[in-house]
Write a protein that binds this ligand. Structure first.
Ligand code: AMP
Ligand code: ZN
Length: 149
């Protein structure tokens, strides 16, 4: 797989061909401000290599990414005296992804921010999960696929 996609805005930011408000940079990852922040301090963390999303990541990049997420998470908590932090990461259009270079959103959170907190609050998902599926069948389907990886 190519590690750079010439049509990708985040690859352009990595290559410094496009501007960004970079807050942290390491050999393998980059953290910069989201251009349309949900709250002040909304940061994106990306691998420098071009991976479309979680489906085609490699272990070394994942390890470095998680290290940088932790560095930035602690910095955000201190900088804004945040009560917490939500990590959002979307895969493919159906999953809400709009930029197709892996990125994790780090969103500082406050008891007073009024944003959704629990995964089941997403799009009323609570009501739909399990429609037509037995719980045991769901678990078995996932385990069967993981065995091969
Ligand atoms: P997603 O919907 O999870 O793919 O999120 C893409 C995010 O990238 C959105 O929150 C955008 O505001 C953000 N974004 C898009 N282009 C840029 C850019 N050039 N610099 C910073 N953030 C960007
Ligand atoms: Zn890219």
């Amino acid at each position: 797989m190519d590690t750079v996609d010439n049509n990708c805005i985040f690859c352009a930011i990595v290559a410094k061909r496009a501007s960004a408000e970079i807050v942290y940079e390491s050999a393998g990852a980059l953290a910069f401000m989201d251009i349309h922040p949900i709250v002040p301090g909304h940061v994106l963390v990306i691998p420098k290599k071009h991976f479309r999303n979680l489906f085609d990541f490699d272990d070394a990049s994942a390890q470095e990414l998680m290290r940088v997420e932790r560095v930035v998470a602690r910095a955000l908590r201190s900088a804004f005296e945040a009560d917490g932090l939500t990590v959002l990461q979307s895969n493919e259009r159906a999953g809400g992804q709009s930029v197709f270079h892996y990125h994790a959103h780090l969103v500082p959170r406050f008891f007073s921010d009024g944003l959704l907190t629990r995964p089941e609050q997403l799009h009323g998902a609570q009501k739909r999960v399990g429609d037509g599926w037995g719980r045991a069948e769901i678990v078995e389907r996932i385990r069967a696929q993981i065995k091969d990886q």
